[in-house]
Design a protein around this ligand. Structure first.
Ligand code: NAI
Ligand code: MG
Length: 494
């Protein structure tokens, strides 16, 4: 069997996908999008599921019925129109549910200006944000530690960071992009953001053909807002990515033109950036471009790059020809104001044409079947030694007094010494500053008295004494070194 024959079979085979028409303008823009995909010759076996408002209202708290999962688990490819999330009433975000249950670790959002046809302050802007989608503060691990103190846990892992950073470089290669910029706040969060930055550098070294740099997220966001032309691909953690991708989309001049993909190890979901726009639903005037651009990313992902290219070029030509929906229509730059269906028809008429002002897209280098990441890099296990413990306490009083009370709880057989006390991360003992404000939750750091290691039983014996002395624990964390490097930070001012 020659490869030509195999290729023919591959092309002829329809890829099963799941779609949902969603709420508000969802059905209108999905209809417009599917018409274009069909006319362009996309080979799709479409299964439809219902999600969103009607499902929520039928009593399903997360907006997606179990039966809908059958289709998703089968196709693993989801083209999703926006849905209306009901307010209050214990309803859970469908997007977060799908993202988590399908392990969609990467959120990809291209932010492109279409000047001079769509008004923008940054005509050359053309960047892609690749946001880690599962970790960070979105684990939602939160605690109320005392009357006054709430805490959220930020989780950054090596595998999670490696996956998203590698995805960014593979994406850059596959899409002919030149530079990947990592954004983090590792000057403050030395361990969590520090790991992300470190893994970025390690992965970057494997891609000498791609330029790399790193920016602190605050100045990076400012630069995206004021000089977006300087960026190509941006990779960042979940929360920063959430914020900066909205900044970038807004700066392009048109949230209605954004498409995005959510990529997992097995699943992938494609959608528009905008919501269900209930204010214009049913009027036939919505811009279907966001979902069309999401569908183009889907076609590239499932190995139908040729069809994706055809649709994308026809879409660019339509924008260039000044055929615009109301949201982007301007008398100076547009030629014809159209509704959703008419816009879709204009794109269909231009299938096979290329834009003349915009650079035509080229998906010939995009890998069939989406970007497949190699297995995670093996890591050398490091020697982990227990060297101390941080104990959290609710307490009212002065730090010197608290330190004094601890001396009564500490016995020589615990092999622990009180090294410092901090409040809200700032050292208040020994040698605290009288001006430091203290909340009602304290952290006491005990380290091995012999400067070596401490046993769990010794930690528990100390805590037992503290308990008997009437102290009120909130949280404790064991302190370890890894190959001699502390796996914990020092307090501010320590
Ligand atoms: P939205 O994006 O739906 O609308 C914001 C504004 O942009 C509105 O004035 C709307 O008319 C306009 N707009 C949005 N898409 C447009 C399009 N394609 N063509 C022309 N104009 C467009 O955001 P909003 O109003 O905050 O949310 C409405 C609903 O959508 C809410 O229930 C929200 O929870 C949901 N939502 C769903 C998302 C999803 O399913 N992925 C994402 C964001 C919001
Ligand atoms: Mg957001």
């Amino acid at each position: 069997v020659d490869s030509y024959f195999l290729k023919r079979i591959f092309i002829m085979t329809k890829t099963p996908i799941t779609i949902a028409r969603g709420d508000g303008i969802g059905p209108e823009i999905m209809d417009a999008t599917l018409k274009i995909l069909e006319a362009a010759g996309a080979q799709l076996a479409i299964e439809e599921i219902e999600i969103g408002k009607a499902v929520y209202e039928s009593g399903v708290k997360n907006g997606i019925a179990d039966s809908a999962w059958d289709s998703l688990n089968r196709t693993k490819i989801f083209l999703k129109a926006p849905i209306t999330t009901p307010q209050g009433g214990g309803f859970k975000s469908l997007n977060v549910t799908i993202r988590k249950q399908c392990s969609l670790y990467a959120n990809i959002r291209p932010c492109v200006a279409y000047a001079p046809y769509v008004k923008t302050n940054f005509p050359k802007m053309d960047l892609v944000i690749i946001r880690e989608n599962e970790e960070d503060l979105y684990g939602g691990i939160e605690y109320r530690q005392s009357q006054d103190v709430m805490a959220s846990l930020k989780i950054i892992t090596r595998p999670g960071s490696e996956r998203i950073c590698r995805y960014a470089f593979e994406y850059a290669r596959a899409n002919g992009r030149k530079k990947v910029t990592c954004m983090s706040k590792d000057n403050i969060m030395k361990l969590s953001d520090g790991l992300f930055h470190k893994v970025f550098d390690e992965i970057a070294a494997e891609y000498p053909d791609i330029e790399k740099d790193h920016m602190i997220i605050d100045i990076g966001t400012a630069k995206v807002a004021a000089h977006p032309e300087m960026f190509d691909v941006i990779v960042t953690t979940n929360l920063y990515g959430d914020i900066i991708s909205d900044v970038a989309a807004e700066v392009t001049g048109s949230v209605g033109l954004g498409g995005s993909s959510n990529i997992g190890l097995d699943f992938a979901m494609f959608e528009a950036v905008h919501g269900s726009a209930p204010d214009i639903a049913g009027k036939g005037i919505a811009n279907p471009s966001g979902l069309i651009l999401g569908a183009i990313q889907m076609l590239v992902h499932i190995g139908q790059g040729g069809v994706a290219e055809k649709v994308h070029n026809a879409w660019l030509k339509t924008i260039e020809d000044g055929i615009h929906t109301g949201d982007i229509y301007r008398a100076e730059t547009s030629k014809k104001k159209v509704g959703t269906a008419e816009f879709s028809k204009a794109v269909v008429e231009r299938l096979g044409q290329k834009p003349s002002t915009f650079k035509p897209v080229d998906y010939s280098k995009a890998p069939a079947g989406g970007i497949k990441l190699p297995p995670l890099k093996p890591v050398k296990p490091e020697e982990k030694l227990r060297v101390g413990v941080d104990v959290g306490l609710n307490w009212d009083g002065k730090p010197d007094e608290l330190a004094g009370l601890m001396q009564d709880c500490l016995l020589p057989e615990h092999n622990l010494k009180l090294q410092m006390i901090s409040n809200r991360g700032t050292k208040v003992w020994p040698g605290g500053k009288p001006g430091t404000f203290c909340a009602d939750n304290w952290r006491l750091r005990f380290m091995a008295a012999d400067g070596k290691t401490v046993k769990t039983s010794q930690v528990l014996a100390l805590m037992n004494n503290m308990n008997e002395a009437g102290f009120n624990f909130t949280k404790s964390a064991m302190l370890h070194t890894f190959n001699g490097v502390p796996g914990f930070t020092v307090a501010q001012g320590e």
